[in-house]
Write a protein of this length. Structure first.
Length: 278
C-alpha cells in the first residue's frame, strides 16, 4: 500500500505540473501569435515578438512549436479573429490601470472589463485617461549565475541602458523602447538568451495603498490566473459558446436567462462566485 500511495502521489504531482506547463505554453503561444500579427513575423524587426520567442525558449518550448504559432497567424484567416485592445481605468484608491486584452469579440470584452472594474470599486475610463501616467520600457532579466554583478553592470553600462539592479535570484535591467531590440541582441550575443524579456508599461507616479488592499489585489490576480483561461478559445470552451442555440434564443433574447441542464445559457452561470469571496 505504501508503494501504491507513493506512486499515486507522484502521478498527482506530475499531472498538476503538466497542467501548469500546458497553461504556460498556451499563454506563450498566444503572445507569439498576437506579436506576429501586430508587427513583422521577423523577430529582428519586431521587439515584442523577439521577447515572446525568448520567453518561450526559456520555458523549454520547441522551436517547431514557435515557428508553427508564427506561421499560423501570418498565413491563415485565423489572424483576423484575434486582436489586441487596450483599456484604461482607475481601481480602488485611484490606482491607474492599463488592461491589455486579446479577443475575438470587442463588444463582449468591453462588457467583461467594465463589469470587473465596477465589481471591485473601479471605473473604466476613456482612451488616453491614464496612459500619460505610464511609459513603455524594455525589461530584461538574467540568472545571477551568468556573471558577477560588477561585470554585468559594467557591460550594461557600455550599452547605455537606463537602469540595472540585482535581486535575490536575478540581474534585471531596464532600457528605453527605441534601443530595446538592439540591446537585447547584444546581450544575447554576450550572455545567451535571457531568463525573461518583455516590453512593459512602467508607472511614472506611485501612490500608497494599505497592505490589506494590496493583498486583495494580489489574491484576485492569482485567482484569475489559476482558474480562468482568458484566451478566445478558453472563453468559448468555458462558456460553451461553440454550441449554437438559435431556437431557444429566438424569443426573449440571450441575457438574463437561467442556465439549463442541457447546457443552454452557460454564460449566466455563477458557479465561480465563491472563488472571489476575499
Amino acid at each position: 500500500m505504501a508503494g501504491h500511495s507513493k506512486f499515486k502521489n507522484i502521478m498527482h504531482r506530475k499531472g498538476a505540473q503538466d497542467k501548469k506547463r500546458a497553461k504556460l505554453f498556451s499563454r506563450l503561444i498566444r503572445e507569439i501569435s498576437v506579436s506576429a500579427k501586430l508587427g513583422s513575423p521577423d523577430p529582428d524587426s519586431n521587439p515584442r515578438l523577439r521577447s515572446a520567442i525568448n520567453n518561450a525558449l526559456s520555458s523549454n518550448m520547441t522551436k517547431e512549436s514557435i515557428d508553427k504559432a508564427i506561421k499560423k497567424q501570418t498565413s491563415t484567416d485565423d489572424k483576423d479573429l484575434i486582436e489586441e485592445i487596450i483599456y484604461e481605468g482607475f481601481g480602488p484608491n485611484g490606482v491607474a490601470i492599463i488592461v491589455e486584452t486579446m479577443t475575438d469579440n470587442k463588444n463582449r470584452s468591453a462588457a467583461e472589463v467594465r463589469s470587473t472594474f465596477s465589481k471591485y470599486n473601479g471605473n473604466l475610463g476613456v482612451s488616453g485617461c491614464v496612459k500619460h501616467n505610464f511609459k513603455k520600457v524594455g525589461i530584461i532579466s538574467y540568472k545571477k549565475s551568468i556573471s558577477t554583478f560588477e561585470d554585468f553592470f559594467d557591460y550594461c553600462a557600455s550599452l547605455d541602458v537606463d537602469d540595472v539592479a540585482e535581486n535575490e535570484n536575478d540581474f534585471v535591467l531596464e532600457t528605453n523602447l527605441d534601443s530595446y531590440n538592439t540591446i537585447l541582441q547584444k546581450l544575447e550575443d554576450k550572455f545567451s538568451i535571457p531568463k525573461f524579456s518583455e516590453i512593459e508599461w512602467k508607472p511614472l507616479n506611485f501612490i500608497d495603498i494599505s497592505d490589506e488592499d494590496s493583498a486583495k489585489v494580489e489574491k484576485v490576480k492569482n485567482i484569475i490566473d489559476q482558474n480562468f483561461d482568458l484566451s478566445p478559445r478558453g472563453i468559448r470552451e468555458m462558456l460553451k459558446l461553440n454550441n449554437p442555440i438559435y431556437e431557444v434564443t429566438s424569443s426573449y433574447g440571450h441575457f438574463g436567462r437561467k442556465p439549463t441542464n442541457k447546457g443552454e445559457f452557460s454564460w449566466e452561470k455563477t458557479d465561480k462566485i465563491d472563488l472571489f469571496k476575499l
